[in-house]
Design a protein around this ligand. Structure first.
Ligand SMILES: Nc1ncnc2c1ncn2[C@@H]1O[C@H](COP(=O)(O)OP(=O)(O)OP(=O)(O)O)[C@@H](O)[C@H]1O
Ligand SMILES: [Mg+2]
Length: 247
């Protein structure tokens, strides 16, 4: 359902400064109906990979496909729901209006948007705040509004960049329930995180990225079957790579 093939991306941090290899020759496949966790320390290249995957930035090399279509084709976005790392919305909108614009941008009918808005705002527990402007929301509330927006058009593939970040335990459980519900509907979920317990709880498979390189891809249950913890595996990979961030 998701195919990332040999992508690399370098950034130049400033005039005359050295180049940063944010992602290096990364190849990965996520199957339909799977929940895939993308784990890595700060600066590992998770967000960069995700931005390439949804065609927000272009890779120096490599290609990505979603649902058999090249992500550079406009049509591909129809099937994808994306939650950015730091959702930032026009904050004079209410949650209801945000979803309205999102739905319209996806070509939904007014009736379908209304129905879906009700359903999603209930799920993310924002019904009572739906008529309030986003500027009055807490960080966790904005995050939850972002999740609802990502799912307004009922996408086949959900790509969430740290969906649990900034959420309290109730919010994290809510996101976990939402992810499991999507899986139950046969949707594909790809999410990044550095919260090991969330990966253990919700993911079928995990990919560990450190320093721009994908170090491990495996089923979570087989990784943990030897009695090791995901934390052990994660820390070992970070150590092997000589630290967390890309250099
Ligand atoms: N626009 C940019 N310009 C310059 N460098 C960038 C840019 N975006 C990312 N980088 C660098 O690329 C590397 C990977 O960053 P990325 O945001 O992909 O990491 P991440 O795994 O998402 O980290 P975090 O867990 O902190 O969100 C970092 O060294 C970062 O400084
Ligand atoms: Mg990131």
């Amino acid at each position: 359902m998701i195919r990332i093939e040999g992508i690399s991306k370098e950034f130049k941090e400033g005039i005359g400064s050295k180049r940063v290899k944010a992602v290096e020759d990364l190849t990965l496949e996520v199957h339909k109906g799977e929940v895939f966790g993308f784990l890595g320390p700060n600066g590992a290249g998770k967000s960069t990979t995700i931005k390439v995957l949804i065609n927000l930035i272009y890779p120096d090399k490599g290609e990505c496909w979603i649902n058999g279509k090249d992500v550079r084709e406009r049509e591909t976005r129809r099937h994808v729901g994306y939650l950015p790392e730091n959702p930032f919305f026009y904050d004079y909108l209410t949650a209801e209006e945000l979803l309205w614009f999102g739905g319209k941008a996806s070509g939904m009918s007014s009736a379908a948007i209304k129905e879906r808005t009700d359903e999603l705002l209930t799920k993310v527990n924002l019904q009572s705040a739906r008529k309030r402007q986003l500027r009055t929301y807490s960080k966790g509330m904005v995050q939850r509004a972002g999740l609802a927006l990502a799912l307004i058009h009922d996408p086949e593939v959900a790509i969430f960049d740290e969906p649990m970040s900034g959420l309290d335990p109730i919010g994290r459980k809510m996101v976990g329930d939402l992810i499991m519900e999507l899986k139950g509907q046969g949707k594909t979920v790809f999410f990044s995180s550095h919260i090991l317990s969330d990966i253990e709880r919700f993911c079928d498979r995990v990919g560990i990225i450190v320093g721009g390189k994908l170090r491990v891809v495996d089923r979570v249950d087989s990784l943990l079957s030897g009695g090791t913890t995901l934390e052990d595996i994660f820390l070992k990979e970070v150590e092997k790579a000589g630290g967390g961030a890309a250099v």
